[in-house]
Design a protein around this ligand. Structure first.
Ligand code: GDP
Ligand code: IMO
Ligand code: MG
Length: 428
C-alpha cells in the first residue's frame, strides 16, 4: 500500500487546510511532516472557521488518525492552546492524535533568537512568523536540539538548561536582552500537558499503517517556493516543503508515494519579504487582497497579491512530481475583466522559462491574457455549470503544466468545491 502527499505549489496559504478537510473522508490517516506553528491552515464548515497551526487537518473527522511527524518542530505552548481550543469545540484530540518521539521542540529562547535574528537583518529581514522555526531547525541540524521523546527522560531539565544557556550566550552576543521567565513557566506547564499524549516511533507506525492497507495522506505546510533548498533563498522557511520532505519527515521510502496533489491559488500571494515576479502593487492587487481576504492566518499580516506565475508553477510541479492539481480561490476573480498569466520571464534582456537561481534580480514577466468570467461562481458545484471562461482558464493551465486539474475550489467552505471527473479535462 502507498501514501499520497498534498502540498502547496506557491508561497504557502494555497488552501491546504480546506482541501485536506475535503479529502479526509477518503483517508484513514492524515500526517504533518514538516514546518511547525508558522503554518496556519483554515477549515470552514457548519458556518464555523477553524485555524490549525500544528495539528493535522484531519482532526475534525471522527475516525481519522492524525500524526505529527518527526520533521515537524513543535512549540508546546501553541500545541496546548490549540488542543484546548479544539476540546472546547467538542473535538476529542487525544484519542485521534499521536506525535513522533523524534519531533523537535521549540523552546522560548528559539522564539527570542528568531526575533533577534530578524531585527539584526534590518531591511533585508525574511519576514519570519517569529515562531522560532529557523532557530529550532538550526539546533536540529547542529545536533543539539531537544526532541519530544526527551520529555520523559530524567535529565530533561538539564538538557533544557544547557540549550537555553547556548541561546542566552547568542542573545547576549547579539545585544538583544530578552526576558523569557513568564513564557518559560508556561512552557514547562505545556510540557506536562504534552506528556499526556501518545508518543510513537512514526517510521514504524507508518510502515504498519501501510502494511494494513489503510489509506494515508501526508499534509504539507508552507509551499514549494518557500522550500529551504529550492525556494526563493534566502527568503524561505527552514524545512523541505517539497514532496521529498514527506519521506524524511515521516520516515517513509520514496517508492511508497503514490499520488501527489499540488495545490495552487488561481492567482499568487506571498506573506513576508522576498521576490515575487508577478506582484501587483496597484488597484488590481488591492482588489484581489480584498476579495480573497488575503490576510495571514498565523500573523494577520496583509498578503502580497499578484497574477498566476506559470514559470514558478511549472518548476514546483516538476520538483514534486505532481500527479493531480487542485486550484483554489477561483471565485475571487469575479470582478476581473481580463486575467493575466505569466508564461515566461525576461531576465537581463533574455527570455527564460526557468525559475532563476537568484529571483531577487530584476525579472519582467511575459503575460498571456485570458477573459475573466465576471459572474459569481461561489455556488457552482458541477463542471457543467462552470462559465466557459473558467473552463478555458483551467484548460490553458492544464495544457501548460501537463497535469490535470481535478478539483476547483470556489469558496472557503468545505462544500464550495467542484470535482472534475478524470476524463473531463485531460490536458492535450
Ligand atoms: P493554507 O495555509 O494553505 O491552509 O491556507 P490558509 O488557510 O492560510 O489560507 C487560505 C484562505 O483562503 C483561508 O482563509 C481559507 O478559508 C480561504 N479559502 C480556501 N479556499 C478558498 C476558495 O476557494 N475561495 C475563497 N474565497 N477562499 C478560500
Ligand atoms: P502555511 O502552511 C505562508 C513565510 C513567512 C516568511 C518565511 C519564513 O499556512 O501555508 P518562518 O516563520 O518559517 O521562519 O518564515 O516563510 N511562511 C509562510 N507563508 N504560509 C505559511 O504556512 C508560512 N510559513 C512561513 O511569512 O516569509
Ligand atoms: Mg496558511
Amino acid at each position: 500500500m502507498s501514501l499520497d502527499v498534498l502540498l502547496g505549489l506557491q508561497w504557502g496559504d494555497e488552501g491546504k487546510g480546506k482541501i485536506v478537510d475535503v479529502l479526509t473522508p477518503d483517508y484513514d490517516v492524515i500526517a504533518r511532516f514538516q514546518g511547525g506553528p508558522n503554518a496556519g491552515h483554515t477549515l470552514e464548515f457548519n458556518g464555523q472557521k477553524h485555524i490549525l497551526h500544528l495539528i493535522p487537518s484531519g482532526i475534525f473527522h471522527p475516525d481519522t488518525l492524525n500524526i505529527i511527524g518527526n520533521g515537524v518542530v513543535l512549540d508546546p505552548i501553541i500545541f496546548k492552546k490549540e488542543v484546548l481550543n479544539l476540546l472546547s469545540n467538542g473535538v476529542d484530540v487525544k484519542s485521534k492524535l499521536v506525535i513522533s518521539r523524534k519531533t523537535h521542540l521549540i523552546l522560548p529562547t528559539h522564539c527570542a533568537l528568531d526575533a533577534a535574528q530578524e531585527s539584526s537583518k534590518g531591511s533585508s529581514k525574511i519576514g519570519s512568523t517569529l515562531k522560532g522555526i529557523g532557530p529550532a531547525y538550526t539546533d536540529k541540524i547542529a545536533r543539539q536540539g531537544i526532541r519530544v521523546g526527551d520529555i520523559h527522560s530524567s535529565d530533561f531539565q538539564e538538557r533544557y538548561d544547557r540549550l537555553k544557556g547556548i541561546h542566552e550566550d547568542l542573545l547576549a552576543w547579539s545585544g538583544q536582552e530578552t526576558e523569557i521567565s513568564a513564557r518559560e513557566k508556561e512552557w514547562f506547564e505545556a510540557i506536562d500537558f504534552l506528556k499526556t499524549f501518545k508518543l510513537v516511533d512514526c517510521e514504524y507506525l507508518v510502515d504498519q499503517i501501510l502494511a494494513e492497507e489503510r489509506t494515508f495522506l501526508a499534509e504539507g505546510a508552507q509551499g514549494s517556493l518557500l522550500d529551504v533548498d529550492f525556494g526563493s533563498y534566502p527568503f524561505v522557511t527552514s524545512s523541505n516543503t517539497v514532496c521529498a520532505g514527506a519521506c524524511t519527515g515521516l520516515g517513509v521510502a520514496p517508492s511508497r508515494i503514490n499520488k501527489v496533489y499540488g495545490i495552487f491559488k488561481a492567482y499568487c500571494t506571498r506573506v513576508g519579504s522576498g521576490p515575487f515576479p508577478t506582484e501587483l502593487e496597484d488597484h488590481t492587487g488591492e482588489q484581489l487582497r480584498k476579495q480573497g481576504h488575503e490576510f495571514g492566518s498565523t500573523t494577520g499580516r496583509p498578503r502580497r497579491c499578484g497574477w498566476l506565475d506559470l514559470v514558478a508553477l511549472k518548476y514546483t510541479v516538476m520538483l514534486n512530481g505532481v500527479t493531480e492539481l487542485i486550484m483554489t480561490k477561483a471565485d475571487v476573480f469575479t470582478d476581473i475583466d481580463t486575467i493575466k498569466i505569466a508564461t515566461s520571464y525576461i531576465i537581463n534582456g533574455k527570455k527564460s522559462k526557468h525559475f532563476p537561481f537568484d529571483p531577487v534580480q530584476e525579472i519582467t514577466p511575459v503575460y498571456t491574457e485570458l477573459p475573466g468570467w465576471k459572474v459569481d461562481i461561489s455556488s457552482i458545484r458541477t463542471i457543467g455549470d462552470m462559465p466557459p471562461e473558467l473552463s478555458s482558464y483551467i484548460s490553458y493551465i492544464e495544457k501548460e503544466l501537463g497535469v490535470p486539474i481535478r478539483w476547483v475550489s470556489v469558496g472557503p467552505d468545505r462544500e464550495a468545491i467542484i470535482k472534475i471527473p478524470s476524463l473531463a479535462h485531460q490536458p492535450k
